[in-house]
Write a protein that binds this ligand. Structure first.
Ligand SMILES: NC(=O)c1ccc[n+]([C@@H]2O[C@H](COP(=O)([O-])OP(=O)(O)OC[C@H]3O[C@@H](n4cnc5c(N)ncnc54)[C@H](OP(=O)(O)O)[C@@H]3O)[C@@H](O)[C@H]2O)c1
Length: 173
């Protein structure tokens, strides 16, 4: 059964971006690209993705390669942004978009990229199965929250990948 997974990196105090929407505190860290819970291994299991407008605009401005056109992706927004190849802009209900994502993923898992409230909207609908977090060794004090909801989780796997404490949690329904 394919899973819907929120895979993200976070500060130790639970922020996925600082108050300026910067990830400099994250991208400066050391990680083994072949190590525990690495992105390439995760990406190989994913068939569709969803993100919010702020995250999409961050990728557009900061990633020189742009968005991965081989990954069917939905961007939640109320704005007329410019969609990259493979990107669908939407303000439809999360449940309906999730159904489209699941179809597109064709048996692979679905990735909720963030932000935290969008992951929370999937959680609210009972659609989120797992949360994978790479904790950077830093406290930010403020910023974009990891997942601003109260919810029970079960720790399934944890360990170290160089600078990062990495953990995989199941959502307890
Ligand atoms: N650490 C990491 O690995 C990681 C991962 C992901 C993101 N990030 C960063 O974390 C920050 C997250 O930003 P954020 O908290 O603003 O969250 P976001 O989810 O990226 O963007 C929020 C925006 O998405 C749109 N949106 C959300 N839900 C919607 C819905 N149901 N329907 C229509 N539109 C919806 C709204 O945009 P409109 O104004 O268009 O309505 C909302 O203002 C960004 O800086 C991002 O780069 C970090």
């Amino acid at each position: 059964m394919p899973k819907t997974i929120y895979y993200t990196a976070s500060s130790l105090d639970g922020f996925i971006a600082d108050p300026d929407d910067s990830l400099a505190w994250l991208l400066s860290r050391d990680i083994d690209e072949d190590g525990l819970m690495n992105f390439a291994g995760f990406r190989a299991t994913i068939g569709a993705a969803a993100m919010g407008a702020t995250t999409y605009l961050w990728v557009q401005s900061n990633d020189p390669d742009g968005w991965d056109a081989t990954l069917p992706s939905w961007v939640f927004t109320h704005r007329a942004l410019i969609p990259a190849l493979g990107v669908t802009l939407t303000s439809d209900a999360v449940r309906a978009v999730h159904a489209e994502m699941t179809d597109a993923a064709a048996g692979r898992d679905v990735w909720v990229i963030g932000g935290g409230d969008l992951a929370g909207q999937f959680l609210d609908e009972g659609l989120l199965d797992e949360i994978w977090v790479q904790y950077a060794p830093v406290m930010l004090g403020a910023g974009a929250p990891l997942l601003p909801r109260r919810t029970e989780l079960r720790l399934e796997e944890a360990g170290r990948n160089r600078d990062f404490l990495v953990a995989r949690y199941a959502v307890v329904r």
